[in-house]
Design a binder for this molecule. Sequence first.
Ligand SMILES: Cc1ncc(COP(=O)(O)O)c(C=O)c1O
Ligand SMILES: Nc1c(O)cccc1C(=O)C[C@H](N)C(=O)O
Length: 395
Amino acid sequence: MSESYAGKAAALDALDELAKLRDRFVLDDVVYLDGNSLGALSVNVAGRVDDVVRRQWGELRIRSWEESGWWTAPERIGDRIAPLVGAAPGQIVVGDSTSVNVFKALVAAVRLAGAGRDEIVVDATTFPSDGYIAASAARLTGCELRPVEPSAVPDALGPRTAAVLLNHVDYRTGRLHDLPALTSAIHDAGAVAVWDLCHSAGALPVDLDAHGVDLAVGCTYKYLNGGPGSPAYLYVRTGLQERFDSPLPGWNSHTDPFDMSAEFIPAPGALRGRVGTPDILSMLALETALEVWDGVSVDAVRAKSLALGDFFLDCVAAYVPGGRVESVTPSAHAERGSQVSLRCADAGDVMKRLIARGVVGDFRTPDILRFGLTPLYVGFADVERAARVLGETLG
Ligand SMILES: Cc1ncc(COP(=O)(O)O)c(C=O)c1O
Ligand SMILES: Nc1c(O)cccc1C(=O)C[C@H](N)C(=O)O
């Protein structure tokens, strides 16, 4: 049986048009299925960081803010991310962590919603940071916080709803939520839609502009491979930019930072989503990491991601003794992100054993084995091996 799945994997890899992209990354013979936590290093990054450190910083020093394009990096790199999430230029700035951008977006969303709306709806299954920040944002803005399962959000909306914070893909189960339908329901209720794209950007089409999303945030260290702690991003739809009132106005959000005036006059457009001095080393590493996307279509990435997920699940069904694992990731393509999550007894120990045998995924409490599928560098033979080693580990 193992040979037949190995044979199928080889045939699928031979037909895979994205397979050649693997050479753009620094990889070894480990099966790396943790790109949904930390994406792999792309080959161009080390040289760029070396140049930024030695020449731009070491030799040009302060001149680099202008001459090396440091000052405009947040919006320039935002525009580089924009096509990957279906956004026209001028709507994304890069900087700060996702958590900080969730705070900016959510408080700004409540301010955009206006008087009389005093309720924040938050995804009840959310990644913890978003939940903690939503609770704090609610206290700060005098709103009530309502945690609601994403599928129940339409029924929970009402005239009091100011803002809704949702995850596009659930970090634990890999479930993809219906962004177009939920955004539309939120708008019908007169509220502002804020989406967290951490687990979807770079893995599947998001189409922010087409679906009229108001505000969005995401990290860049997962499917965008920006590196550990690489800066996050904030999307502010063009039509809302002039009313976007950031709860963190810093000198970099000002229309004329070097005016150093006591009065705050927000920068035009998405730039007002900036706060303080950008983290240049991480930001320029990210800019270089994004070069791997040159000539790559997000639709092709999505098609491969789904095929990898289907094949992995087939291999798991074939190799893993019955009843030892249960997929909590929906099988329907329209409901699946780019990971497969398996519920498993002793999942923490099982993952340690997999990692010791060269299959790297991760464990999420209480009982989830998480396998991230990054189509830019994961192949069908990788997922066949992962399932085989899982079967041997549990056998
Ligand atoms: C969905 C989601 N939101 C927010 C975060 C937090 O991101 P950060 O650590 O960049 O603040 C993460 C991951 O850490 C995440 O998966
Ligand atoms: N940001 C991370 C980190 O610095 C260390 C380990 C993991 C992470 C993560 O991103 C976790 C991730 N958001 C998750 O989906 O679980």
